[in-house]
Design a protein around this ligand. Structure first.
Ligand code: ZN
Ligand code: ZN
Length: 378
């Protein structure tokens, strides 16, 4: 089959950025020196522009996982343009198709099933989906956002001014315009490009699948560290409307911390979270499925049927205990809201809730042990 036409503009942009960063920056370092101010600015702008993509383009605009005021949206629009990844409208439209048709080689714009290179960069170099190119019908909501449309209609100017204007002025203040443009401008774009592209490529290849195996998305702590928290991509693909990607408090997700931090000063609001019960149950279902698969793969085991039955029974029992627990938790919350926790009824409900919590914890331990035991046989 003949390959689609090359998109020369994209190809040129990538070649120039890569060439200047990999050749120009070392020359600057050797002959003119790179100072600490340039390096610190580079790192700061990696975070600023990178998180304008993850918190802005991705979690705010593509997934509407929270709301942000005009100032925050304006800053993300400028920071996002600095990364040279097309406009919010275009990026979000692609991304919504990616979620809707994930891994479908004909529809997913950066389907990981077409290989690492295609999902990393290849998809941008040829006209694989020309019919869709300026079809933004899946982003009608975003077309009502004045900042989104302002950025879309003035994309080139904003991108050039944000990249060369900001770094140029900072360089002038620091006494070396070219050095700053090279390090905090071009090299920074190259870094943020690949960091973002890794989410489409590596985060669909490398890592674990604790929540779903219905698609290729993976959870990966190493990737999360380099992608401002987006490496928890398995969670993200099943619960895409959650403003968090790393849901545990200790999971490295600075994008989540930024969004939550901004909510404390009223700059962001209506942060959406998937109910804990659904998350927990998705995880259990995966554990059951993975253990069943391991058991089924065992060549011969005298009591295999018994083990399968035990596993299924334990799973059913755990799920029903979990439903009971979350029901009780809801009742406690209701009583708390009505300030009735100190009444006799409130205390009864709290007691029941605590009892269930302890039983559930024990059952969970038992379950994990059972799964591991089965895996041990395998
Ligand atoms: Zn997404
Ligand atoms: Zn994905």
């Amino acid at each position: 089959m003949e390959k689609p036409r090359l998109i020369l503009l994209n190809l040129l942009v990538f070649i120039i950025i890569t060439g200047v960063a990999l050749v120009g920056v070392p020359i600057e370092a050797v002959f003119f020196d790179i100072d600490a101010v340039e390096l610190v600015t580079c790192v700061f702008l990696i975070y600023f522009s990178g998180m304008s993509i993850t918190a802005g383009y991705h979690r705010l605009w593509s997934h509407k996982s929270y709301e942000a005021n005009a100032l925050v949206r304006f800053i993300f629009a400028v920071g996002g343009a600095m990364t040279v990844q097309n406009s919010i409208l275009h990026w979000s439209s692609d991304h919504r198709v990616h979620h809707k048709h994930v891994d479908d080689n004909d529809k997913d714009p950066y389907s990981a099933k077409r290989g690492f290179w295609y999902s990393h960069m290849g998809w941008m170099l040829r006209e694989y989906q020309p019919v869709r190119y300026s079809d933004y019908s899946n982003c009608r909501d975003l077309q009502k956002d004045k900042i989104v449309m302002w950025q879309h209609n003035n994309y080139l100017a904003i991108t050039l001014i944000a990249n060369f204007g900001i770094t140029g002025i900072l360089g002038w203040l620091n006494g070396d315009i070219l050095g700053m443009v090279l390090v905090a401008g071009v090299l920074r774009i190259l870094v943020v490009h690949h960091v973002t592209f890794f989410i489409n490529s590596l985060a669909h290849i490398w890592g674990r699948q604790p929540y779903t195996d219905a698609n290729t998305a993976r959870d990966n702590d190493v990737l999360a560290f380099f992608t401002f928290g987006e490496g928890y991509h398995n969670f993200h693909h099943i619960f895409e409307y959650d403003y968090r990607n790393g849901i545990k408090w200790w999971q490295w997700d600075p994008t989540k911390w930024l969004i939550r931090g901004l909510s404390f000063i009223g700059f962001t609001k209506n942060l959406r979270r998937c109910p804990e019960e659904r998350i927990e149950k998705a995880k259990l279902a995966m554990q059951l499925q993975q253990t069943q698969a391991k058991l089924a793969a065992l060549p011969s085991l005298p009591n295999k049927d018994e083990l399968v039955k035990l596993l299924n029974d334990e799973y059913e029992a755990l799920i029903s205990k979990m439903s009971e627990f979350y029901n009780a938790k809801k009742n406690v919350m209701d009583m708390k809201r009505k300030a009735l926790l100190k009444t006799y009824e409130g205390m009864e409900i709290t007691y029941h809730y605590k009892e269930l919590k302890a039983t559930l914890a024990l059952r969970k331990d038992k379950w994990i042990q059972l799964c591991q035991q089965q895996l041990h046989y395998a």
